[in-house]
Design a protein around this ligand. Structure first.
Ligand SMILES: [Ca+2]
Ligand SMILES: [Ca+2]
Length: 143
């Protein structure tokens, strides 16, 4: 298992790769093997949800969702219990802004590919996390 900082951890992302505004970050081994990947989303602003993979000495970006509006919630866990890490991301709906705020679950295949599902729309979340509330290895939404 690699944890930053350690000899097997890649260096921090260059600031030019980070999204503008206050962003949420989640490092995790979304592509099995190798070093952990980093998932970034803009917290205060509009921008993409991206995963960065360390490949041949550089961070390779992959856009997972092009448009996220104030993505204040970001979490990585195995949502469906298949052994591959998944991503949860949700937008803010503050004071009536962003009336179609969405929450997403991206089911990973352990190879860097994801199946994206909108699990809620018009229901804003702030700093929401996913948790297994019943111990059955499936995650329920905790807000
Ligand atoms: Ca990896
Ligand atoms: Ca999974």
């Amino acid at each position: 298992m690699c944890c930053y900082p350690s000899p097997c951890s890649p260096p921090p992302l260059p600031s030019k790769l980070a999204p503008r505004g206050i962003g949420n970050t989640s490092p995790a081994n979304l592509v099995k093997g190798g070093r952990p990947e980093v998932v970034l989303v803009v917290g205060d602003g509009v921008g993409p949800l991206r995963m960065y993979e360390w490949v041949k000495g550089t961070w390779r970006p992959k856009t997972l969702i092009e448009h996220i509006d104030n993505g204040h919630s970001l979490d990585v866990l195995d949502f469906n219990g298949d052994g591959n890490l998944d991503i949860f991301c949700a937008e803010v709906r503050l004071n009536g802004g962003n009336p179609k705020a969405r929450a997403y679950v991206l089911l990973g295949d352990g190879k860097g590919n994801f199946q994206t599902t909108v699990i809620a729309e018009g229901f804003g979340m702030h700093e929401a996390k996913m948790a297994d509330l019943d111990g059955l290895r499936s995650s329920e939404k905790e807000v």
